[in-house]
Design a protein around this ligand. Structure first.
Ligand code: 13P
Length: 255
């Protein structure tokens, strides 16, 4: 029997100015004040972190960042470090999102350095993995995910890894309105958990939360959350509107 606490996380990507972020976060905390038994996180763009952090104080919603650099400080123009994110009020950081891999040259190696840096700074990494459509069509889903996990988690001990979450986001399901079927998602989540078991042992594998991401919406969240190895969701587009995101957070009552 699983005791993993569900988590619903919102990735705002490159949306919302500071005033827009403030308004959205403010409306969200009103709507979810009765939500119980679920961890909630939102990851606004870096410019809005401190603004949103003030709004989230003393609420059940945690703050996350969408990226970090692996050095603590230095001459790295444009980058933001783990300790800086902590000082801005972040508890979580999303690492290795497919958009960062696709547009900003992130590799399993940089993902690995970022995970290590996040953990050292006391941040909880949400580690993203996922296959593209052509990789799935070529029957390479498992081998691609194994490689992303193997290389992304290199040199980490079970103890160091423990706070981390995994997010399975099939690239073909992101922003497309196409969600993985429950069978497709469950199959991959089970595979990821068995990878974690081989790598870190049964206890860590059982305790690690694996989120699903890719066109999650109020209409499909209950079905996804009913699956044994899906412990939550990483929501993009549908997290931008407080009403919709709140509906997703309240998925149980909707089921
Ligand atoms: P969508 O929910 O917009 O498909 O985005 C998913 C995602 O990339 C979350 O990180």
């Amino acid at each position: 029997m699983t005791t993993r606490r569900p988590m619903i996380a919102g990735n705002w990507k490159m949306y919302k100015t500071c005033p827009e972020a403030e308004e959205t976060a403010g409306a969200l905390v009103q709507k979810i004040s009765d939500a119980a038994g679920v961890d909630i996180m939102i990851a606004p763009p870096a410019t809005a972190l401190t603004t949103v952090s003030r709004i989230l104080r003393d609420t059940p919603v945690d703050l996350g960042a969408q990226n970090l650099f692996w050095e603590d400080e230095g001459a790295y123009t444009g980058e933001v470090s783990g300790p800086m994110l902590v000082s801005a009020g972040c508890r979580y950081v999303i690492i290795g999102h497919s958009e960062r891999r696709q547009y900003f040259g992130e590799t399993d190696e940089t993902v690995n350095r970022k995970i290590t840096a996040a953990l050292a700074a006391g941040l909880i990494p949400v580690i993203c993995v996922g296959e593209t459509e052509s990789e799935r069509d070529a029957d390479k889903t498992f081998s691609i995910l194994d490689k992303q996990m193997e290389n992304g988690l290199k040199r980490l001990t079970a103890d160091a890894f423990k706070p981390a979450l995994i997010a399975y986001e099939p690239v073909w399901a992101i922003g497309t309105g196409r969600t993985a079927t429950p069978e497709q998602a469950q199959e991959v989540h089970a595979r990821l958990r068995s990878f974690l078991e081989k790598r870190f042992g049964a206890e860590t594998a059982e305790a690690t939360r694996i989120l699903y991401g890719g066109s999650v919406k109020p209409e499909n969240i209950s079905e996804l959350m009913a699956l044994p190895d899906i412990d939550g969701a990483l929501v993009g587009g549908a997290s931008l509107k407080p009403d919709t995101f709140s509906e997703i957070i309240h998925y149980k009552s909707a089921s």
